[in-house]
Design a protein around this ligand. Structure first.
Ligand code: HEC
Length: 152
């Protein structure tokens, strides 16, 4: 008996589940630049945001990546190297800088954390992949960028 006719519906259902699971993350909310904060609520230093990068991002964003031996997104966020790889550094998957000091709308990391990356010409999925950052940590990163992304 040809196994294909019985396997096809199962494959199709599986595909639908995969597509349904990806759809909400891939659908870019329309990006409204006027909704992006332009002023820091207070000055935030690198010391305050670096622990977020090393505990929530570096498990994937390290020189070994997620097992492939390549940093995912070409981005290393381990302690001590986050600032150099973010501030004024070109994004690999968009035309923006990863962190444009003082300007959230031009900072690709902002769009990766807020899910608006597709609206600014980016690709991939919302960060942190497979998890979420609490709003207060997103605000802290925003305020650091709006503080001019100080290197200390
Ligand atoms: C589970 C693994 C994983 C975690 C955790 C993770 N990332 Fe990513 N990140 C990826 C992968 C894979 C890519 C490339 C594909 C994509 O963009 O979806 C990526 C891409 C990126 C990019 C795009 C890089 C570029 O130059 O264009 C940024 C920015 C980014 N991640 C920031 C973060 C930040 C900030 C955190 C922590 C809050 C984080 N990621 C946590 C896996 C991860």
């Amino acid at each position: 008996m040809n196994p294909l006719p019985s396997a096809a519906p199962i494959l199709l259902i599986g595909l639908m589940f995969i597509l349904a699971g990806c759809a909400p993350k891939n659908t870019a909310p329309t990006f409204d630049a006027s909704s992006v904060p332009t002023k820091a609520s207070r000055r935030v230093t690198l010391k305050e945001v670096e622990p977020i990068f090393s505990t929530k991002c570096a498990a994937c964003h390290n020189p070994m990546g997620m097992d492939e031996g390549v940093a995912v997104g070409g981005l290393v966020l381990v302690h001590g190297s986050a600032a150099a790889n973010l501030v004024n550094a070109k994004s690999t998957e968009s035309k923006l800088l990863r962190v444009h000091p003082g300007d959230l709308a031009k900072s690709y990391i902002y769009h990766k954390l807020n899910g608006t990356f597709a609206a600014v010409g980016g690709t991939g999925l919302k960060m942190p992949l497979g998890g979420t950052l609490p709003p207060e940590e997103i605000s802290l990163i925003n305020d650091w960028i709006l503080s001019g992304a100080p290197l200390e």
